[in-house]
Design a protein around this ligand. Sequence first.
Ligand code: PMT
Length: 405
Amino acid sequence: MSRLDARRILIGVTGGIAAYKSAELIRLLRKENAEVRVVMTPAASEFITPMTLQALSGNPVRQSLFDQAHEAAMGHIELARWADLILVAPGSADFMARIAHGLANDLLTTLCLAAEAPLVIAPAMNQAMWRNAATQANRQTLVERGILIWGPDEGSQACGETGLGRMLEPTELLDRTVDQLSGGRLSGVGVLLTAGPTREPIDPVRFIGNRSSGKMGFSLARAFAAAGARVVLVSGPVAQSTPVGVQRIDVETAAEMHVAVMDQVAACDIFVACAAVADYRPVEVHDQKIKKLEEQLDIRLERNPDILAGVAALQPPPFTVGFAAETHRPVEYAEQKRRNKRVDMIAANLVGAAEGGFERDENALTVLWDGGDLELPMSDKGVLAERLVTVIAEHYEQKYRTENT
Ligand code: PMT
């Protein structure tokens, strides 16, 4: 049996040099027995002919919203309803901008607006265009609305530059399509995540906190949900919107985060500790605002419970992933934490004024596990989260398979 028997996939092709790869993608989808229909934007046909895609898909290619023959029966609505999945590959910066702003000024954008099927965009563009603040703001808007963004990949580009912006390879897009239509690679898997900072009260108006914005943890929650997992996110105080399909539990202190995690952990298969949890809290919490009377003020602190180590010590533990935020020697200290806390995997990042990690939109990670490591270079936290979820899924599946054989 083929992996996409009778599944209906609408391929959108927009204007970009990667349009030549759509031909291979369509061929691969058909080989898996998918029904494929193609819609091209006017710019796309500057890069590849409709005739090629018609021959490969086995169906007429639609290009115009104002096609009298098709639109007599509201063809764009019919197409939108027909699809099990809409995959726009390549998705140009212009297409992302138009969808982010709700424009319906050609057939492809119109049917994307009218569709209820999952919409996936595989971006492809010059690396500077991808990094441009406008494109990133559009990407963020799309992701927050539940649109799936697959890629882009890193490497050399047709324009001669190198960086993030290459469309994912057709084989990768095929595998992701299969996963998506079967509910996602992590379909049925429970993921519990922590994110954001904790606040440890000193008095009713002051607390000990840290610079975590929650961006990394919320991006991970979004990427796990997009991979089909059931996601519970325990978050400290942050200004992030809850990703579509994610159950969020808000807490303030490390002790509250500990209780919330221990309440939820039995139902999870994977636990990821991305929160920047305060290691210490004030021994005494004043019930009135402390007055400015003394030249010096001592605040005695006591240790908070280590949530990550506590989860890893459960019998049996979930697949457990920690983070290590370090200002120097990140890999060395992260490896110590991995061993001491007995976690399956740890992601090290540099933090501090010059390095980022905290607060910024971009981050870089070194992922460590028993006997291996992987560098995930500096990129947008959304893209980085997708990559980390893929690594976690691979190792989780490997461990699960090994334990069940
Ligand atoms: O939120 P952003 O602004 O996007 O920033 C992202 C980030 C820098 C916060 C994130 O990438 C990160 O590194 N998170 C972990 C921060 C941290 O507390 O690291 P740590 O090295 O102090 O702790 C090691 C691990 O133990 C972490 O997984 C932490 O969640 C966990 N821990 C720590 C103390 C504690 N009491 N309980 C814990 O579970």
